[in-house]
Design a protein around this ligand. Structure first.
Ligand code: GCO
Length: 481
């Protein structure tokens, strides 16, 4: 494999000079952050994932992961880009944490890289990999930021993919071992554990439709990956409980209401099936110990005795990633006969073509609350992309501010109607590597110039900082009337 050189680029950020350019600051933001208030214990945060920001893919003993291999095969990633350097967060981590602290951000969800911790996917740890996350946790704690650690955000060691990856049942056991090892190492320092990020998305794009690493296509590999991810998650939760981790244990799912693209029978049926896979095949086995009826046949050959009991574990909180409703049409070319389609309603879209549907967050939160026994939920991802060809407007990101505040208003409505939502994490702190789209879409509160690696806080960064500050002030007033 042909990696580009990892660049060392120590950033000396002039943190005290953080401010919007005057021309931008002179125009005022349409949404005063003070208008959005949550209760005293609400957790505002930001989310990221290891592969999307770290870079340093060949540094300090890290082994190859499936995304390294996938990115270096031609034709997979927009403009032939890769994440060999990404944001080079590996070398700029203290400055990035300081940037979070400057905004008053108190919660940070990140993932650990399996190939950095266990380069060969076996049980031989890489001490330098562990040292990196030790330093990260130390920096976060120094700045009063609570770490929310996610164990697996799609970066499987290539050595495990060589044995079949998530199509191989044994990978579930390997994840369980990995979870046991990592939780043992960090257990006294981590208050919030997340096992997986989006089993539905990883299995669909990576093992069903082939647009993500490892690039497999087909129904069999899709369902096998999803079942083994679910099983690995269950084994991991048990490993953490066996280690008596004092922190709370949860997982992250991409939960989005599904709509049919038209009212014709084929599309309506495709939408139902898609819902049963995307939402139902992740949440139902976890909370109810069964797969949805519509897809039980698909999972039957994979389910061995005890699997559903192993998957059906108590969690302390559920991370919900929400971006928009999914609009689905029948598609005979798709391995499951269903695919993404147009919306029926006239809608606004982000530059990525994702519809902007803030009320959908209320709908999905209410649905989970009513269907799965009122679990505690936090919004583990929600965010807005701009494109990499925009210049000034990338910093003056009013669209992102409107998007976040509209979603927060619907989260608040859900809370007011009784749904137990304890936090909201923006995706993401930094512009980062957006999987098969490379650096095409920018989700950050902070702009990253991928040539110089310079970080520039956007208008939304300052807006989010105000929102957090004003909520904290409100909290103080509330507790000291
Ligand atoms: C996902 C992932 C993130 C993405 C983000 C924006 O949902 O695909 O968790 O890694 O970058 O959602 O697409």
């Amino acid at each position: 494999m042909n990696f580009s050189l990892t660049r060392r680029h120590a950033l000396a950020l002039p943190l005290q000079a953080l401010a919007l350019p005057e021309a931008i600051a002179a125009t005022s933001s349409p949404i005063p952050p003070a208008s959005i208030h949550f209760g005293p214990n609400f957790n505002f945060g930001v989310s990221s994932s290891a592969y999307q920001i770290e870079g340093a893919v060949q540094q300090d003993g890290r082994g190859p992961g499936i995304w390294d291999v996938f990115c270096h095969q031609p034709g997979h990633i927009s403009k032939g880009q890769n994440a060999d350097i990404a944001c080079d967060h590996y070398h700029n981590m203290p400055a990035d944490v300081a940037l979070m602290a400057q905004a008053g951000i108190k919660n940070y969800r990140f993932s650990v890289s399996w190939p950095r911790l266990f380069p060969d996917g076996n049980n031989i740890p890489n001490p330098q990999g562990f040292a990196f996350y030790d330093r990260l946790v130390e920096q976060l704690q120094k700045h009063g930021i609570t770490p929310w650690l996610c164990l697996y955000h799609w970066d499987l060691p290539q050595a495990l993919q060589d044995k079949g990856g998530w199509t191989n049942r044994d990978t579930s056991a390997r994840l369980g071992e990995f979870a046991g090892y990592v939780s043992h190492h960090f257990k006294d320092r981590i208050a919030h554990w997340m096992i997986l990020n989006e089993a539905a998305v990883h299995s669909m794009f990576g093992y069903g439709m082939g647009s993500h690493a490892p690039g497999l296509r087909g129904k069999d590999s899709w369902f096998a990956a999803l079942h083994h991810l679910n099983l690995g998650q269950g084994l991991s939760i048990q490993a953490l409980r066996a280690n008596n981790v004092p922190g709370r244990i949860g997982t992250v799912a991409c939960c989005e209401p599904i709509r049919s693209s038209t009212n014709n029978q084929a599309d309506l049926a495709a939408a139902q099936r898609f819902d049963a896979i995307w939402n139902g095949s992740v949440l139902k086995p976890l909370f109810h110990g069964a797969y949805p009826e519509q897809v039980q046949e698909e999972f039957a050959p994979l389910c061995q005795t005890g699997d559903l009991a192993n998957i059906h574990q108590k969690i302390d909180l559920l991370g919900v990633n929400y971006y928009n409703r999914l609009h689905i049409r029948a598609d005979p070319a798709s391995p499951i006969g269903a695919n993404f389609g147009p919306t029926q309603e006239p809608a606004r879209f982000t530059v990525m073509g994702w519809p902007i549907e803030p009320d959908g967050i209320f709908e999905i939160l209410t649905h989970i609350h009513n269907t799965y026994g009122k679990p505690e939920i936090f919004i583990s991802e929600n965010g807005y992309a701009t494109a990499d060809d925009s210049k000034v407007s990338d910093i003056d990101d009013m669209g992102r501010i409107t998007f976040i505040s509209d979603h927060l208003n619907f989260v608040k409505q859900a809370i007011d109607s009784g749904v137990n939502v304890s936090g909201y994490f923006v995706w993401s702190m930094l512009d980062s590597f957006e999987w098969n789209d490379g650096m095409k879409w920018h989700f950050g509160l902070v702009k990253v110039d991928f040539t110089t690696l310079e970080r520039t806080p956007k208008r939304s960064y300052f807006w989010y900082a105000d929102l957090i500050r004003q909520n904290a002030a409100r909290t103080l007033q509330a507790s000291n009337p």
